[in-house]
Design a binder for this molecule. Structure first.
Ligand SMILES: [Zn+2]
Length: 241
């Protein structure tokens, strides 16, 4: 009984922070979460680890922990390892070489990256701290707001084009990913036409695991994760930019 109550409280606090739970495998907490959601008519899908929404308004839960596996030398959530490996192997078999260049980052690592960017902006433009943080945040996610902190995102380029810029979208690798990644459960997380809703610039290299069924729906409808999650809640996705 005590365990059930604790799990219930845990699910609630996670839901408040990010509308997700990291404990979907726990039967008692899943049931507790489901009954909470039924009362508020929120889809039980939202408690799935695959749908965690992390952006400028939805910060990582502080106690978020994952088991990682290594792919091409980069850590990712172990639960998406098989899907990622299969995608890369199938692409290779079709003559497309996919090169992972970023995976899981701890919040500490993100803090370091963000701080480096803030310092560069200050020295380059002479801005004060607040303004420099705003400018930095348009290119490097604030600590706790990056999907790389979840382990469910990978930046994927190709050996002949490793620049993280718009030009990558014209490569065969980027085109293959956009066409096929959903079959493995991955979505193009930051589409060009959705910048106002994701709060992030077009990133043709950033792919996020959401599960095959969800990925196919998101990619075929041309929506972003913010819109998909908002729909499940019966809401409109807020503007982040
Ligand atoms: Zn990325």
């Amino acid at each position: 009984m005590t365990k059930k109550i604790l799990a219930f409280i845990c699910s609630c606090s996670l839901a408040l922070l990010c509308a997700c739970g990291s404990d979907a495998g726990d039967v008692s907490s899943t049931q507790a979460a489901a009954s909470t959601q039924a009362a508020t008519t929120v889809s039980p899908k939202l408690s799935s680890w695959e749908l965690i929404l992390v952006n400028a308004q939805n910060w990582m839960p502080e106690d978020y922990q994952i088991e990682t596996a290594s792919i091409q030398g980069y850590k990712i959530d172990a639960r998406i390892y098989d899907a990622a490996s299969e995608m890369i192997a199938d692409a290779e078999a079709q003559g497309i070489s996919l090169l992972v260049c970023s995976g899981y980052r701890s919040v500490d690592k993100q803090t370091q990256l963000f701080e480096n960017k803030v310092q560069r902006v200050i020295s380059e433009f002479g801005y004060g701290r607040e303004k420099a943080e705003q400018v930095a945040a348009s290119e490097v996610a604030r600590p706790g707001t990056s999907e790389h902190n979840t382990g469910l995102a990978m930046d994927i380029v190709t050996p002949s084009y490793q620049g993280l810029n718009d030009g990558y979208a014209n490569t065969d690798a980027a085109k293959w990913l956009k066409e096929n990644a959903a079959d493995y459960g991955f979505i193009l997380r930051f589409p060009k036409e959705k910048e106002a809703l994701t709060g992030v610039i077009f990133e043709p290299w950033h792919y996020r695991y959401v599960g095959i069924e969800t990925a196919k729906e998101i990619m075929s409808r041309g929506i972003c994760l913010e819109e998909y999650v908002a729909e499940l809640k019966g809401e409109q996705a807020p503007t982040l930019q």
